[in-house]
Design a protein around this ligand. Structure first.
Ligand code: ZN
Length: 232
């Protein structure tokens, strides 16, 4: 994707998800003058294997990590809706909240999780919060945000032009992140509670993954997405 949108809204389940999924693209668009907004749905308080960690304390740590990574990416705004980790539900209330943000920020491009991605090989299946956040976001973007009788008190309708879904098994669009790969790597490294390996491990994993996508896209580093064109 070559074009630079004017306004982008990224909606992701956990504090680290946007940096992992599309941090390079968000940083690229910010550098090009785009207003980039992020909504994080959960507090991430259960993202640990340590039984002695207090979820509220972890959530506070993760909020600080997100502040640091958001500054690196250059986000215009970041908001955490504060749902408990692992407990997102695809409810009218959640979708109304997302519709309200879409109508207020009026993005051309919305980024989020691909809710259809379930099994990634034999080692990982997609987190429930990712699937629910992705499905609720799609339904909030279309048709709800664009039609006045859906959530009539949530602001004037707005039609999003393009949706880019990360964490997808079927990428059909790539953003060249060669110029921002180091920003992305540094942003992902901010989430120390999630990537507690040796220093630099997460950044290396980010570069390896982006290089793999880059080979498919014909550039050094890329992020892959499933693209939906909804514009009129
Ligand atoms: Zn996540």
């Amino acid at each position: 994707m070559e074009e630079t949108p004017g306004v982008v809204l990224a909606v992701y389940a956990h504090p680290d998800d946007a940096d992992v999924g599309c941090g390079g693209a968000l940083a690229r668009w910010d550098k090009a003058g785009c207003a980039v907004h992020l909504v994080v749905c959960t507090d991430g308080g259960k993202g640990t294997t340590d039984p002695d960690v207090v979820p509220e304390h972890l959530a506070a740590e993760r909020a600080a990590e997100l502040d640091a990574s958001s500054a690196l990416i250059g986000l215009s705004s970041v908001e955490n809706l504060g749902f408990p980790d692992g407990q997102l539900t695809d409810s009218d209330g959640f979708r109304c909240t997302l519709v309200t943000r879409v109508r207020a920020l009026r993005p051309e491009v919305v980024c989020g999780h691909d809710p259809t991605a379930m099994f990634f090989g034999q080692d990982y299946f997609n987190h429930r919060d990712h699937r629910i956040a992705g499905a609720a976001l799609l339904d909030a973007v279309a048709p709800a945000a664009g039609l006045p009788h859906y959530f009539p008190d949530a602001g004037p309708p707005h039609q999003v032009s393009t949706v880019l879904l990360s964490g997808t098994l079927e990428p059909d669009e790539w953003v060249d992140v060669t110029d921002t790969i180091e920003t992305k790597a540094a942003a992902v490294e901010c989430h120390r509670t999630q990537f507690s390996g040796q220093s630099g491990w997460a950044g290396e994993a980010v570069r390896d993954r982006a290089a793999e996508e880059g080979r498919r896209a014909g550039v050094a580093y890329a992020e892959g997405f499933r693209r939906l064109n909804l514009g009129v």
